[in-house]
Design a protein around this ligand. Structure first.
Ligand code: NAD
Ligand code: MN
Length: 351
């Protein structure tokens, strides 16, 4: 088997903490399945920004392309404007590498308290369009500084981009329950989301095995809380996908439990795998960040590279560790540290 060239970007805040907890588990999964995992650590993020004026080098996309996949922690620090780091790193990479979709699974592991009504058996995936929509950075500021400032944020939705996200969502739904929910807001937005509805219905014709429903985003927010088991694969644009996936993460125990994959389906580009959460400055440096989101991102990474056994090994070990509340970090109501939980996962690796 060819080696897996893994680039690791710990980033800021809890990013380095959860990544440090994850890399040994990936190594163990690799050893157990005969994989040669070659890890390169990249110092991109807030500290690099303060030192060199940029969160990542100008040839960052080429550096990433020389690897098979990237494990990313998080960026963001209180002393640097968010757009410098978020745009300067993760949103920038998603766009430069054209990582079309952001896949965000939500799985309620048994034994994890969620403080939300009955989330037993919740298992859904949000497929978020990852390059356009409200996050293209188009628009501008008019009458700046006059007291009548107007911020104009232009959303862009193009057929090609909708189609490729839709195809990925239909294929995923076809492998799962055969149910796909498109999330738009076509009652109030008159151009972009009606185009989504039209294009996705066209793609649906090529996937007769999948049942499509179109749901308004506000109604979907309520439904995610009220009847999340009625949902399987959700397809949403960039903004709605971002917001709903934080909401959905709560169904699995919170931000510490939510993994994600930034991928270009069918494309020859390394995917970037990262927890949905950010750098969590409120808990950073205390060693109490929940590493599960990052661990599950690592499992997604191995799965997408075709190493299913290694990926399943990590998920089963995570699931087994979470059954024992003494391994729960404070966000789950426990008092375990990041390394306690990571060690419990490592102990339960059966591969
Ligand atoms: P956040 O996700 O960092 O934190 C939200 C809440 O979730 C906080 O209370 C935090 O303590 C908790 N949390 C997050 N991860 C956790 C974990 N692993 N274990 C336990 N609790 C966890 O979001 P925020 O506070 O809105 O943003 C903080 C910074 O992160 C900002 O600079 C923001 O721009 C950045 N950010 C980066 C990314 C990214 O790198 N992809 C994503 C979101 C936010
Ligand atoms: Mn987000």
């Amino acid at each position: 088997v060819a080696p897996v060239r893994l680039a690791v970007i710990p980033g800021d805040g809890v990013g380095p903490e959860v990544v440090a907890a994850t890399v040994p588990v990936l190594q163990r999964a690799a050893e157990g399945t005969g994989l040669d995992l070659q890890v390169t650590e990249l110092d991109w993020g807030g500290e690099r920004f303060l030192r060199e004026g940029a969160a990542m080098p100008a040839d960052a996309a080429d550096v990433v392309r020389a690897h098979d996949a990237v494990l990313f922690g998080a960026v963001g620090r209180p002393d640097v404007p968010d757009d410098e780091l978020v745009w300067g790193l993760i949103i920038g990479l998603r766009q430069q590498l054209d990582l079309a979709v952001n896949v965000r699974p939500v799985h309620a592991f048994p034994g994890v308290p969620t403080r939300v009504v009955d989330t037993d058996g919740v298992d859904l995936v949000i497929v978020r369009e990852n390059t356009e929509g409200e996050y293209v950075g188009a628009g501008g500021l008019a009458h700046a500084g006059t007291g009548h400032d107007i911020g104009i944020e232009v959303a862009v939705h193009s057929r090609r981009v909708i189609e490729r996200a839709a195809r990925h969502a239909f294929e995923l739904a076809g492998r799962r329950s055969g149910r796909l929910s498109l999330v738009t807001k076509s009652n109030a937005m008159r151009h972009g989301y009606p185009l989504w509805d039209r294009v996705v219905r066209e793609v649906a014709e090529q996937h007769p095995d999948v049942e499509l429903e179109v749901v308004l985003v506000d109604a979907m927010a309520a439904r995610l809380v009220q009847s999340p088991r009625s949902l399987d694969v959700l397809l949403a644009g960039n903004l709605f996908g971002d917001i709903l996936s934080d909401l959905a993460a709560v169904l699995a125990g919170g931000m510490g439990m939510a993994p994600s994959a930034n991928v270009l389906p069918g494309g020859d580009v390394p995917g970037i795998y990262e927890p949905v959460h950010g750098s969590a400055p409120d808990i950073a440096g205390r060693g109490v960040a929940n590493p599960v989101a990052c661990l599950l991102s690592g499992a997604l990474l191995l799965e997408d590279l075709g190493h299913t056994v290694a990926a399943t090994g990590i998920r089963q070990a995570v699931s087994a560790a979470l059954l024992d509340p003494t391994h729960h970090t404070p966000d789950l109501g426990g008092s375990a540290t990041t390394t306690d939980l990571a060690a419990a996962v490592l102990d339960r690796m059966e591969i």
